[in-house]
Design a protein around this ligand. Structure first.
Ligand SMILES: Nc1ncnc2c1ncn2[C@@H]1O[C@H](COP(=O)(O)OP(=O)(O)OP(=O)(O)O)[C@@H](O)[C@H]1O
Ligand SMILES: [Mg+2]
Length: 364
C-alpha cells in the first residue's frame, strides 16, 4: 500500500541482450538509477526536482513555475500520489512538451495547475506559481479570473467540452463575457473574430451552427478560439489532436504553432506523439508513474536520451529504415495500479526494461 513515498531502484535486467543502450550492457541486477523518495514535509522548495527546473529556466524568465507539485487521491486503501514531486518551468512564449505513457499523471498535472482537481483528489504539496504568484493563495473567485485570462486549457475531445444544445456563437461569446465586461453584441462580434483567427471559413455564418454541424477538426478550432478569446499568456493543450485524423492533426498543430508566434503564447503541450514534440516544441519533460524522469531541450533528448524509459519511448517510434519484418518494440507487461507499486521496481516504476521483440519473444 502506498502512503509513504519510497526510493525507487532501477536495476539492469537479469539477462544480457544484444540490444543497445547502457541498461542492456550493465551487469545483470546492477543498480542503474535510484529515484529518491521525497516526503511531503521535505517537498516545499530546495529539493532536487525544482533545482533542476530552476537551473534550466531562470525563474525570473519563467511564466509558470511548478515546484515539487504533489497531487494525491485518497481512498480506503490510502493516499495515491498520481503526481509526485513534479517540477518544471514554462518560459514566456515557449512550447514545452509533457510526455509519458498513459496514466503517468500528465492530465492530473494540468488539472492541478488549473486548480481543477476534484475530490477524492487534492494538491498535497508543492507550489504552482504564475508570474511569481502562488496560485494556491488565490480565492476561488480570483482563480476563476486566472482561468481564461492568464491560463487557458484545451482538452482532447472537443465534443465533450462543447454543449450540444447551444450554438457555437453563444458558447464562445459566453466565455468572453465571463471574463470581459462587454455587451452581448460586442461578445458575439469578438466570437466571430476569434473563429476567423483560428481559420474557420465563413466565421460569422458558423456562429449560428450547433457543434454537431461541424467536423471534429472544426470543433477543435472552436475550442482553441474559446480558449484564446481572453488573451491568455499560457495555453495548456491536453492531447489536443488525439481524437483527430492525421491530416487534421497536422492542420491543428500548424494552427497552434502560428498562434504561438503571432500572439507570443506559451504552450504546455501534453501529448503521446513524439513526432509532434520534435516538430513543435523546444523542450520536453518526460513523466513516468507520476514523476518527472527527464527534462531536456528537444534536440538533446532525441540525440541522447538519458533515462532508460525515454530511450524505450524513442525506440518504439516507427522508422522507414527499420527492417521490413520487424515489429516495433513494446514495453512488456502493464503498469500496475499506482496503489500497488513495488519498492524495488526494476520492471515497473523505475522503468520496465524488458522489450518485446519482432518475433514476439522477449529481449531485455
Ligand atoms: N479521480 C481520480 N480518482 C482516482 N485516481 C485518479 C483520478 N484521476 C486520475 N487518477 C489516477 O491518476 C493517475 C494519472 O492519471 P492521468 O489522467 O493524469 O494520466 P495521463 O498521463 O493523463 O494519461 P493519458 O495519457 O491516458 O491521458 C492514473 O493512475 C489515474 O488512474
Ligand atoms: Mg491524460
Amino acid at each position: 500500500m502506498i502512503g509513504r513515498p519510497r526510493p525507487i531502484t532501477v536495476r539492469a535486467p537479469d539477462q544480457r541482450s544484444a540490444d543497445c543502450g547502457p541498461e542492456a550492457r550493465a551487469p545483470p541486477g546492477s543498480v542503474l538509477a535510484t529515484i529518491p523518495a521525497v516526503t511531503i514535509e521535505q517537498q516545499p522548495l530546495g529539493s532536487p526536482g525544482s533545482a533542476v527546473a530552476d537551473r534550466d529556466v531562470d525563474p525570473g524568465e519563467a511564466l509558470l513555475q511548478v515546484k515539487n507539485l504533489r497531487t494525491s487521491f485518497f481512498s480506503s486503501e490510502g493516499a495515491v500520489h498520481a503526481v509526485d514531486n513534479v517540477s518544471f518551468n514554462v518560459r514566456r512564449g515557449e512550447a514545452l512538451a509533457l510526455v509519458g505513457e498513459s496514466g503517468c499523471g500528465k492530465s492530473v498535472t494540468a488539472m492541478s495547475i488549473m486548480r481543477l482537481v476534484a475530490p477524492p483528489g487534492r494538491i498535497t504539496g508543492g507550489h504552482v506559481l504564475f508570474k511569481g504568484k502562488d496560485l494556491a493563495d488565490l480565492s476561488e473567485r480570483e482563480m476563476r479570473k486566472v482561468r481564461g485570462d492568464d491560463i487557458a486549457m484545451v482538452f482532447q475531445e472537443p465534443m465533450t467540452s462543447l454543449n450540444p444544445v447551444f450554438r457555437i456563437g453563444s458558447q464562445v461569446a459566453e466565455a468572453i463575457r465571463i471574463h470581459r465586461n462587454v455587451s452581448k453584441k460586442e461578445a458575439w462580434e469578438r466570437a466571430g473574430a476569434m473563429l476567423d483567427l483560428v481559420s474557420i471559413p465563413d466565421p460569422i455564418k458558423r456562429l449560428d451552427d450547433y457543434p454537431h454541424q461541424l467536423s471534429g477538426g472544426m470543433r477543435q478550432r472552436v475550442m482553441i478560439a474559446m480558449a484564446l478569446s481572453c488573451d491568455p499568456e499560457l495555453l495548456i493543450a491536453d492531447e489536443p489532436t488525439t481524437a483527430l485524423d492525421v491530416t487534421i492533426q497536422a492542420q491543428i498543430m500548424e494552427l497552434l504553432a502560428s498562434l504561438q508566434k503571432r500572439l507570443g503564447l506559451a504552450i504546455l503541450l501534453i501529448t503521446h506523439d513524439l513526432g509532434i514534440v520534435a516538430e513543435f516544441c523546444e523542450r520536453v519533460v518526460v513523466m513516468y508513474t507520476g514523476r518527472v524522469v527527464e527534462e531536456a531541450p528537444v534536440r538533446q533528448l532525441f540525440a541522447a536520451p538519458a533515462h532508460p524509459y525515454t530511450r524505450g519511448l524513442l525506440k518504439s517510434l516507427p522508422s522507414v529504415t527499420r527492417e521490413k519484418e520487424a515489429r516495433l518494440p513494446t514495453i512488456k507487461g502493464m503498469v500496475p495500479p499506482i496503489t500497488n507499486l513495488p519498492q524495488d521496481a526494476n520492471s515497473i516504476r523505475g522503468v520496465r526494461t524488458s522489450w518485446t521483440s519482432a518475433s514476439g519473444g522477449s529481449r531485455h
